[in-house]
Design a protein around this ligand. Sequence first.
Ligand code: ATP
Length: 193
Amino acid sequence: MIKVGVTGGIGSGKTTVCRLFEEMNIPVYYADIEAKQLMKHDKELKKSIKELLGKEAYHRNGRLNRSYVASIIFNDKEKLAQLNALVHPAVGIDSKKWFAQQKTKYAIKEAALLVENGSYKQLDVLIVVTAPVEMRIKRVVKRDKSDYNQVKRRIANQLPEVQKKKVADYIIDNSGDVSLISQVWKIHRKLME
Ligand code: ATP
């Protein structure tokens, strides 16, 4: 089993690319979605989050109090880093288990921060999806109906694409100039060799 990572900045097209791999029957672990699941259901993780952010981090019915958590981490970078330091290892363990269960020649973990937190080193192959910043902002604004400047600021806070490209095994150009399907297909064929 070859462990493949797909990463890229906000709005680069990670999910779009992974949907194409899924079309080729390649299983994909979406780290963001799984992280949310773990925050809801993993007892150890829930306990640590309560210790870090307070009991209010969860509603009485056991669900994550998203607005409370957001209100803390938006205003406190250190708390955000501490929360990530709890969630990322839990996702790391969970994705490792998931990879071990897959039966295909390769499987994919899709995550925004594979390079930032060094977790790409636990994978065999790294694919970085890229697109010009302006295009990414416009796509996210359209998708989420979010504020242009807010998306721009979130992108400015991320590691620049150039740093991610340096450690990539494959780079997918999602500017629209080169067919996305043919790029995905070429990588798929290589990985299936
Ligand atoms: P995020 O980091 O915010 O989760 P992402 O990297 O997963 O984003 P996607 O959600 O795949 O990015 O793409 C962002 C938006 O841009 C989506 O609405 C998607 O449909 C659109 N999009 C992606 N690629 C293209 C493309 N080549 N042409 C037009 N629209 C695209």
